[in-house]
Ligand binder design. Sequence first.
Ligand code: F6R
Length: 611
Amino acid sequence: MCGIIGYIGKQEAVPILLEGLRRLEYRGYDSAGLAVLGKKVKCAKAVGKVKALEDKIKRQKLSGFLGIAHTRWATHGAPGEKNAHPHSDCRGNLWLAHNGIIENYQKLKKSLQAKGHKFKSETDTEVLVHLIEEEQSKRGGLTLEEATRRALKKVIGTYGLAVISAKEPQKIVVARQSSPLLIGVGENEYLVASDACAVITRTNQVIYLDDGEIGVIEPSGVKIINLDKEPIKKSNHIIDWDLSRAQKDGFDHFTLKEIFEQPQAIANSLRGRLISEDGLAKLGGLQDVEEKLRDIERLVVVGCGTAYYSGLIGEYMLEEYAGVPTEVEYASEFRYRKPVLDKTSALLCVSQSGETADSLAALQEARRKGILTLGFVNAVGSTIARVTDAGVYNHIGPEIGVASTKAFSSQICLFALLTLFLGRQRNLSLVMGQRIARELQNMPVLVKKVLRQDKVIQKIARKYFKAKDFFFLGRKYNFPLALEGALKLKEISYIHAEGYGAGEMKHGPIAMIDKNFPTLAIAPKDSVYEKMAANIEEIKARGGPVIALTTERNNALNKLADDVIFLPKTLEMLTPILAVVPLQLLAYHCAILKNRDVDKPRNLAKSVTVE
Ligand code: F6R
């Protein structure tokens, strides 16, 4: 949440900062601002999206070769210009952009106010810049990095921050604690960013800051120290994807592009990881812990939102085919429980961004208990990827649309791979292993086939987009998918939707059904099909409209349901990979018809780095 970009080099900073902000906008879009150091520091802020800031800047003369900028997702203080970053000290010498939460800000603010500091915003962030000012005024002559270091020693909370000073015009100081921050190393220039997608047009070399580290960036180079002033040696990482992965490629929205990208994304997630003839999965990232995994007796999966739902599907697979008892829990709950974990348990954290605060906290809780930790992460080099003992990357490139789409189908593929991996260590037969591997290999082709029905789904969306409520129903593997379908529709179209295991309908929810309350029933021809068909009958008997997803050539639902979408045949455990596509497209088209901002739904941010 919140995106930071900074620049120091030989080019005009403003266009570079704005381009970076546009790429980071998925992290928050309540307001945006930048501060540029020319002869003195000049700042511009605007409420709303980066475009508003851009329009405002056209009317101002902002010039300089060093600057910082920020796009905000409000936590403390309502969205508005006065709460937009960067924030400054009393004299307007220091400017700071921050992502995270300063938990003890009220206490710090009071004590700073008592010393005469004047606050202009309601944010927690502003205490940071006044704290640095206070350190400098207490001990005249303190450098920006030293004052920042001393200030951060007083802070409890999370931060990725960048600060500049008019008095040291050739320097950006950055620091990180639980909020992502990296330094892009370009030619005669450096960038600072919350995410590599903001620097990729200028460099593919980055230094990832770790918790408790401070970076001092000057034209002559980068120095990293810890909060105790000890120097830290860091190496450059190469980003192995390019700009085309972070652009819309002719699609109207990133969300649509990412839905249509799924055949390729799935192929990338599977590439080199299946040995079909032996019914095996080869997961390089798990090689070092292969023997430990042989002995685990229980897997606990944690994640949030869509990542959590993928875990629920994984649970069905792992228990049915690998025989590994699996529990799935919201990371946000796991961290506050007293989970009973012993050395025969392992924790798997699923996260597209690798930065979700709750998932990270759950992971750290498991580490404290000394159990094996694993990750399914997309963002290479992200915190969760670095903190886990071992893991598997999705390899699907950046996901920019705020609603998760291609990450979900890829996560299910990773669970299928893990099922093969653990299953073949245990009792999964060669024949079944080969079958799963073959069907998985075929997924990109089958997903492409489902995508060809886009027009059919668009037509269905036209019929239902005015509905106020929606049910999504499924059973077994497609119960979690019903939850995911409801989440997608809610978050991008703002239509109220609920997902249920179809068996639960009679226990209460069916009371809601009437002619204005449509249900999307996920009913492929699988082991629970007959039960699903009976649920559809029950809804129709009460006058509720039904859209059914079923397997091609099953015409039995044509008469019963109002609309039918057909899916290619595959293994039951893999049906969610196909069935999710129509759900994503339905949500997308409803959102477009309702004129919603699909890529950046209200109140949301892509990377939830605060609790
Ligand atoms: C929904 C969505 C969120 C994320 C959740 C976890 O479309 O995107 O529910 O899935 O915030 O994010 P990651 O996977 O980055 O940990």
